[in-house]
Design a protein around this ligand. Sequence first.
Ligand SMILES: [Zn+2]
Length: 649
Amino acid sequence: MRSSLRFLIGAAALAGLAAPAAAQQHFDTVGVGDTSIFAPLHLSPGPNAFRLGSGAPGPLYWQNRADYVLTATLDTTTRVLTGTERLTYTNNSPTALPYIWVQVEQDAFRKGSLNSYVYGPNTRFGARGFQGGDVIDRVEQVMPGRKSVPLATRVSETVMRINLAEPLRPGQKVVLDIAWHFPIPEHGADRMGYDGSLFEFGQWYPAVCVYDDVQGWNIEPYLGQGEFYREYGDFSLAVTVPSGYIVAATGTLQNPREVLTPAEIGRLARAAKSDTTVHIVTQAELASGAARPRKGGTQVWRFEAKNVRDVAWATSPEYLWDASSWHGVLAQAYYRPSAVNPWSDAADQARMSILEYSTRWFQYPYPQITVAEGPISGMEYPMLAMEARSRDVYGLYNVITHEIGHNWFPMIVGSNERMHFWQDEGFNTFINTFSEARRYPEQGTEAQRELEERQQVEGVMKAGYDTPIDVGPDRINPFLLGVNQYVKTSMALHLLRHEVLGDSAFDDGFREYIHRWAYKHPTPADFFRTMEDAGGRRLDWFWREFFETNDQFDQTIDTVTTKQVGDTEQVVVAYGNLARGVLPIVARFTFSDGTTQDVDYPAESWYMNSVRFVRQYAFVGKQLVKIQLDPDNRLIDVNRTNNIWLAPQ
Ligand SMILES: [Zn+2]
């Protein structure tokens, strides 16, 4: 999901907000014996046979699997969606499961829902006066060789418990048939909605919750900001829409000859080998009706997707359609004529995003990537990103490359976003830096973008509205979510990369994390441990000060003494650390002859004494006139006025 105010946060905007939430309790309490910022973190869960101390999946690691056959019928007149689902659920856990839980996310829009208390009615995640909810028409267990059995259910907020006919034993599968329908909200928490004849659908079918070794059933409700945590599986999707509609969806179109014209099929084949954009549906064809020759009735669009966590779709009778490709991956854009400027650039933006993330981090594994224009403003699903009209190509790329980046976090690396938002929004914001600077360096180089992030975080720290990074998303004020989750995580990773680990060690760790946990369910501890294991350095202090607590940072020049001995000036500098957080020391010495010299000490210099670090220097034939800490703003410091020492005149 897009950040609400990535570049808008300022102290003025923060006035009157609620106090920051407390840190999430997945860190055990540190023993009273060692209260140092450098004390070993007691990460939870502790190392075990499912998750190793190295941060890798263990020899007994398991996760369950959910395969879906979904149908959806859109009634554009009554604005009701009717669906059926055949869910094949595989229990790979070591215990029998007497019941399973599935998401009924439209229940977030029922009267009296938790959503209605947590988010204001007119906010991005509020219902805006709409009252709806999932209506479950049928839940049955398919029994081999005999009649299906109706199953008892119970809804708890936005999750529904289904009692199985008999406990699902380890290694066994269960097949369920579910039928449901719901009234379509115009604005469904920015994940579903319509604008005239254009409809977009995310969080729309009863998806099974994750059952894992860490929490058992993950029954966290869908409130709004916390997006999802899903199992991997194969999806078959059949969408029935009026004949004049075009459907964009997760997966590969299975029946092009039934729903596309021969000209469109030919152009798609050309686009699949083209690195420049091909128009699949042109404005002229849309205007003349040639794009959708069949009139009246309905058509079924069929898609299939392998090894994904979710499927979403969008449909409109007004969609233009562009496509190109990169290394066999089709990059597509669907948008209305009213959005041509800047959306005519969208297919190329999608192509470049796939190229950037694949070549730097991990190869994109899916056959296509789609961006769809509509009322939903910045939301991601596997192979499908949604965005509204944008002001210009820069604004559009900012969102498109972000939503596409989510294919890596959390679609490939399947973390739990209802608990640990930063493991996808923050990691994604981090990789976006490279993508944005690559396409539009005139809007900011990597270094300029990273500096802007540090300045935003510093501003929020000074105002006292910073939170630890590892706070659940639905407990953070929406006005602070952008800076404390997206920006602070990205900033911390860039800081770790440049100032602590070094670029190559960081990149080794980050790539190792992606490879180890691709198509799996990592926790924060798995990430922290992997970065140390593959990067080569203990980082308890770093995880603690940024992720577990919201420590501040304030280095100073404590005292400087000088003594002239012959032609040599002997200098003793005591560096001070006035806040709890520790960072490397970066100082610039300026001399009477105008020359400068930089010194750099690692954060571990504060090991013995976390408030004072003393160094001696000898300068031959010149006088020290100035010391400045962090002169190039490479670090975070909430008080820069105490960073300069000037020699007495
Ligand atoms: Zn996002």
